[in-house]
Ligand binder design. Structure first.
Ligand code: HAM
Length: 432
C-alpha cells in the first residue's frame, strides 16, 4: 500500500459542520463591521520579507524565528504573512493613502502563518479576522473599535469577556521606559537564557514576550508602562477608559500587556477566554500611530485588532450557523433519479434557504429514510443547522402517478399527494 499523505504539521482541515461555523462567524463579522462602515480588504498571503521586518519588528519572536520565508525563482525574499496589519498598511500606502476619504475603515479574514510549536489552539496556519481603522487620532477611535469588537462578540453569544488594556509610551518616553527596563533587569541578566539576553540587549520591551519563568520573575516589580506616559498619552489613556465605561465595554487595566509586535503606540489590548487552555488569547490589538509613516506613507494615526478565528470558534458555545429546514429526497432506485431530481428542484424553488439534499446512493427507501432519522437524532453532526427534517420518499408508485410522499420526521406524519400540490402543501402548515 502506498504511504498516505498527511496535512503538514500545525495545519488543520475544516469540514462541515465546523467549516459552516467559521463561515457563520465570518458573515457575522461582515454584518457587524459593515454596520459601522468597515468594508472588506483582501491582501496577498505573501509579501516581501522586508515588510514584516520593518513593521512587526526584527527583534520580535515573529520575525526572528516564526516566519515562513522563501526565495522565489528570481531570488526575491518572500514571506507568508504572519499577520495582516502590515499588508493592509502596505496596500494603502501603495494605492496612495493620502487620496483615501477619511477615516479609512477596513476588515479582513484569512489565513496567517507562523512557525510555532503546535499545540491546542496554536497552529502554523491559522485564521484571523481583523479590523483596521486609519485616520483617527482621538481615543474615540480606539473606543469605537472596542465597542464594535464587543458587539461582534455578543452577536456570537459571548457575554462574559473582558478586555485587558494598557498604554505603551511612545517616542522619547518609550526610550526612557526601555532604558529603565534594561537597568532593572541588568543585574540579573546572568540568570536569563541566551534568547532573553538577546531581547534585553536589542529591545527590552520584548522581554515581556518571554515564557521563561525566570524572565517572568525578573519582570515582577519592573518599571510599569503607565509610569512613563507623557501628558498627552496619559490623557489619551484616561479618556479612552471614560469612553469605554460609558459604552459599557468591560475592561481591566493590565500593565503587563505589551503585545509581541513592535508597531504599537499607546493603547494595546487583549481578550482571553477561560474556556481555552494555555493558548487563551482570543484576540489582540492596539494603536499603531507611527507605522504608516514608517512604511513610507503620510503620518496617519491608526488602531485595530485581530481575532484568532480558530480560537474564537473553539471558545464559542452558541451555534451561530443559520437555521434551515431539511428536505431529504430519497429515490427508491436509480429508476427514480430523474424524477427525484425534478422534485428536489421544485422544492428548492419553493423553500429558498432550506437544504434540499437528494440521496442518490441507490440504497432504497428504508435505508434512505434511516439516514434522515439519523440527521434528526444527531443534528450536530450534519453539515447544516437544521430545524426540522422532512423525508421526501419517491418510489415507482410516486413516479408513475406523478406524486410525492412527504414524511415529517419529528411529527411522525406522512402524506402522499400530487406533485402539482407541492407549492400549496409547502407554503402552508408543513414548514411551521
Ligand atoms: P497577534 O496578537 O499577533 O496580533 O494575533 C492576534 C490573534 O491571533 C491572537 O490573539 C491569537 O488569537 C491569534 N493567533 C496568533 N498566533 C496564533 C497561532 N499560532 N495559532 C492560532 N491563533 C493564533 C496581530 O496579529 C495584530 N496584527 C493585531 C492587530 C491588528 N493590531 C492592530 N491591528
Amino acid at each position: 500500500m502506498k504511504a498516505r499523505l498527511k496535512a503538514s504539521k500545525g495545519t488543520h482541515d475544516l469540514f462541515p459542520p465546523e467549516s459552516e461555523r467559521f463561515a457563520a462567524v465570518e458573515s457575522t463579522a461582515r454584518s457587524v463591521f459593515g454596520s459601522y462602515g468597515y468594508g472588506e480588504i483582501r491582501t496577498p498571503t505573501f509579501e516581501a520579507t522586508e515588510l514584516f521586518a520593518r513593521s512587526v519588528g526584527d527583534t520580535t519572536d515573529i520575525v526572528h524565528k516564526e516566519m515562513y520565508t522563501f526565495t522565489d525563482r528570481k531570488g526575491r525574499s518572500l514571506t507568508l504573512r504572519p499577520e495582516n496589519t502590515a499588508g493592509v498598511v502596505r496596500a494603502l500606502v501603495e494605492k496612495g493613502l493620502q487620496d483615501f476619504p477619511r477615516p479609512i475603515r477596513l476588515w479582513y479574514a484569512g489565513p496567517q502563518f507562523r512557525y510555532e510549536q503546535p499545540q491546542a489552539g496554536r497552529y502554523r496556519e491559522f485564521r484571523q479576522i481583523g479590523v483596521e481603522q486609519l485616520g483617527i487620532a482621538s481615543p474615540a477611535g480606539d473606543a469605537e473599535v472596542l465597542e464594535m469588537l464587543f458587539r461582534f462578540l455578543r452577536a456570537l453569544g459571548f457575554t462574559d469577556l473582558v478586555a485587558a488594556i494598557n498604554c505603551i509610551p511612545r517616542g522619547p518616553a518609550r526610550e526612557k521606559f526601555s532604558r529603565a527596563l534594561r537597568e532593572h533587569a541588568a543585574t540579573r541578566a546572568g540568570e536569563l537564557g541566551t534568547e532573553d539576553r538577546r531581547r534585553l540587549e536589542e529591545n527590552p520591551l520584548r522581554l515581556f514576550d518571554s515564557k521563561d519563568p525566570k524572565a517572568v520573575e525578573i519582570l515582577e516589580g519592573a518599571p510599569a508602562t503607565l509610569d512613563f506616559l507623557d501628558e498627552a498619552s496619559r490623557a489619551h489613556h484616561e479618556r479612552l477608559q471614560e469612553l469605554l465605561r460609558s459604552a459599557g465595554v468591560d475592561f481591566v487595566e493590565d500593565a503587563s500587556i505589551v503585545r509581541g509586535l513592535d508597531y504599537y503606540t499607546l493603547t494595546v489590548f487583549e481578550v482571553a477566554s477561560r474556556r481555552l487552555g494555555a493558548q487563551n488569547a482570543i484576540l489582540g490589538g492596539g494603536r499603531y500611530d507611527d507605522l504608516v509613516a514608517e512604511l513610507g506613507g503620510p503620518p496617519t494615526p491608526a488602531v485595530g485588532f485581530a481575532i484568532g478565528e480558530d480560537r474564537l470558534v473553539a471558545a464559542m458555545e452558541a451555534d451561530v450557523r443559520p437555521e434551515s429546514g431539511l428536505f431529504w429526497v430519497v429515490p427508491d432506485s436509480p429508476d427514480e433519479y430523474v424524477y427525484a431530481l425534478g422534485v428536489a428542484e421544485a422544492i428548492r424553488s419553493l423553500v429558498p434557504g432550506d437544504v434540499v439534499e437528494t440521496d442518490l446512493t441507490g440504497r432504497g427507501l428504508v435505508k434512505g429514510l434511516a439516514r434522515a432519522s439519523q440527521i434528526l437524532e444527531a443534528p450536530a453532526a450534519y453539515g447544516f443547522r437544521v430545524r426540522g427534517v422532512h423525508a421526501v420518499l419517491l418510489g415507482s408508485r410516486e413516479r408513475e402517478k406523478d406524486e410525492v410522499t412527504i414524511k415529517d420526521l419529528a411529527a411522525r406524519t406522512q402524506d402522499t399527494f400530487p406533485r402539482r400540490q407541492l407549492a400549496e402543501r409547502l407554503g402552508t402548515g408543513r414548514r411551521a
